[in-house]
Design a protein around this ligand. Structure first.
Ligand code: NAP
Ligand code: MG
Length: 490
């Protein structure tokens, strides 16, 4: 009963099942039924049927439902925190203090924002017509989400779309689907009409592909890797669907010689190890002025060695495992290859003993990295930070931009002019100054370059999930308009 279609939990009829594994223990959290094209089609039909009334609900009506939803999520916060921790291997402190309260706040934000949708004021841009803008829902949105922040990604996909009057079919990552189905169930318990938000749990190649290619889906909203993002674009071409892509990242973390070095070291540890580094905005490439390079490397290495790894149910644990053994092996592969060309300062292995049941990997610092190296170029998506020295400001910005990605970045300096230059020079969707990672409901999240396009969160996300319609009224009442003479003079 892991599908949520037309207001209720249902079981997929594919006959295929899969186990959701807690990557910290190897234990089974749940056995799920897998959706195929039939469930996707049923969910799209439910969404299509629901969207007419939902798009015509008043902003106040939509807002009221979302306020109740935020309240209900808050009441069930601990249940969400536990389930998210178990399915994704996140430390319970992270789900309690970040994933779940962030989602409750996003929901409360969109409850308010739903009442602030607007077009431009009506006016006579032509002397003989009154023009106005209607901002309208797109229709049925097909959303596909990754496994790294399953609950938050479900929320980021669903909330702006539904607040703006669309209906959504969400396919979460199959290895972490449990909080998405629960999220939908709680939404409907709070009064969301059946069919407005549906969740299909299945693999990308089956359910995901069926959703991407469904002719009755109007828009595709995807968060995940750049390689699958390209498939989304190809699929969208079939029926010219609107596309919103939140893809990979390889965030630079630029430390100037005037920076508060202790702050930069602490920021680098938190910014690179959040969610075991499985964060598209995580600090991955420290770019550090040569004069403070050794001190930075020593400082980060010392703190990396102190990070508490282990039981994700223990609030004292800092870092959990990677999401799966397969992903752990992929991260380890990058580090193993790096041994031959760079310097592994600390980490670089999976911890043994009790930890061997889970897909843990030690915080890893790789120094003396140059831009041509694989670890500088490829998204590793694990607890791995590389360090590269620079001499001049221009060199630092060039290194920061030497990537196909452009999602997030930070600059660390006490010089306000340097900080301002950094925010202009670095090509990315977000630049932090003297911090790295914080997000907030009111502010947009989204990338440039191959990190995708379009924004999540904030009222900017309404640009993705609405279309503007121009309405033009003749205000003369003339049977023969003056401009007709341009076409015919009879
Ligand atoms: P992924 O492999 O691209 O998968 C993302 C989603 O796409 C999953 O639900 C997956 O399904 C589905 N999928 C895979 N192949 C598909 C296909 N052929 N057709 C339709 N759907 C398909 O990404 P991931 O490994 O889950 O997540 C890590 C990536 O997400 C990283 O690159 C990270 O940077 C990015 N990310 C970006 C942001 C952002 O805001 N920019 C946020 C978070 C993560 P299954 O896995 O269930 O098969
Ligand atoms: Mg994947």
């Amino acid at each position: 009963m892991h599908q949520f279609i037309n207001g209720q939990r249902v079981t997929a009829n594919s006959g295929h099942t899969k186990r959701v594994i807690n990557p910290a223990t190897g234990e089974t959290v749940a056995e799920i039924d897998e959706a195929g094209a039939d469930e996707v089609d049923a969910a799209v039909r439910a969404a299509r049927a629901a969207v007419r009334d939902w798009s015509r609900a008043t902003p106040a009506e939509r807002s009221t439902v979302l306020h109740r939803f935020a309240q209900a999520l808050g009441e069930r916060a601990e249940e969400f925190a536990q389930l998210e921790s178990q399915q994704a291997g996140k430390p319970i402190r992270l789900t309690r203090e970040f994933d779940v309260p962030g989602t409750v706040d996003n929901t409360a934000f969109f409850a308010g924002a739903a009442r602030n949708l607007e077009g431009k004021a009506a006016a006579e841009y032509s002397p003989v017509h009154t023009s106005m803008i209607r901002r309208e829902a797109i229709g049925v949105i097909g959303s596909i989400a990754p496994w790294n922040y399953p609950l938050q990604m479900a929320a980021w996909k669903m909330l702006p779309a539904v607040a703006a009057g669309n209906a959504v079919v969400l396919k979460p990552a199959e290895i972490t689907p449990l909080t998405s189905t629960l999220f939908a169930e709680v939404a409907h318990g709070a009064g969301l009409p059946a069919g407005v938000f549906n969740v299909v749990v299945g693999s990308g190649s089956t359910a995901g592909s069926a959703l991407l290619h469904h002719p009755d889906v109007n828009m595709l909203s995807f968060t995940g890797s750049t390689s699958v993002g390209r498939k989304v674009l190809e699929a969208a071409a079939g029926t010219a669907k609107r596309v919103h892509l939140e893809l990979g990242g390889k965030a630079p973390f630029v430390v100037f010689d005037d920076a508060d070095l202790e702050a930069a070291v602490h920021g680098a540890v938190a910014g690179s190890l959040i969610n075991a580094g499985q964060d598209c905005t995580a600090a991955t490439r420290a770019i550090v002025h040569r004069s403070v390079y050794d001190a930075f490397v020593d400082g980060v290495a010392t703190l990396f060695a102190k990070v508490r790894i282990g039981d994700t149910a223990d609030p004292g644990t800092d870092m959990g495992p990677l999401v799966s053994m397969t992903h752990r092996d992929s991260v380890a592969g990058f580090v193993e290859r790096a041994r031959s060309y760079a310097r592994i300062v600390v980490g670089g292995e999976a911890p043994g003993g009790d930890h061997a049941r889970g897909s843990f990997y030690l915080p890893t610092l790789i120094a003396d990295v140059t831009p041509a190296m694989e670890v500088f170029r490829e998204e590793i998506f694990g607890p791995v930070l590389t360090v590269t020295p620079f001499d001049t400001d221009d060199e630092a910005f060039a290194l920061a931009n030497d990537t196909v990605y452009g999602l997030a970045a930070s600059v660390w300096t006490t010089d306000v002019f340097r900080a301002m230059r950094g925010t202009r020079e670095i090509q990315s969707g977000c630049v932090w100054v003297n911090d790295h990672i914080p997000i907030i409901s009111e502010m947009p999240h989204g990338g440039v370059k191959q990190s995708g396009f379009g924004k999540d969160m904030s009222t900017y996300s309404f640009e993705e999930y609405t279309a503007v319609k121009h309405v033009m009224f003749d205000i003369t009442g003339d049977r023969e308009k003056a401009w007709h003479r341009t076409v015919f003079t009879a």
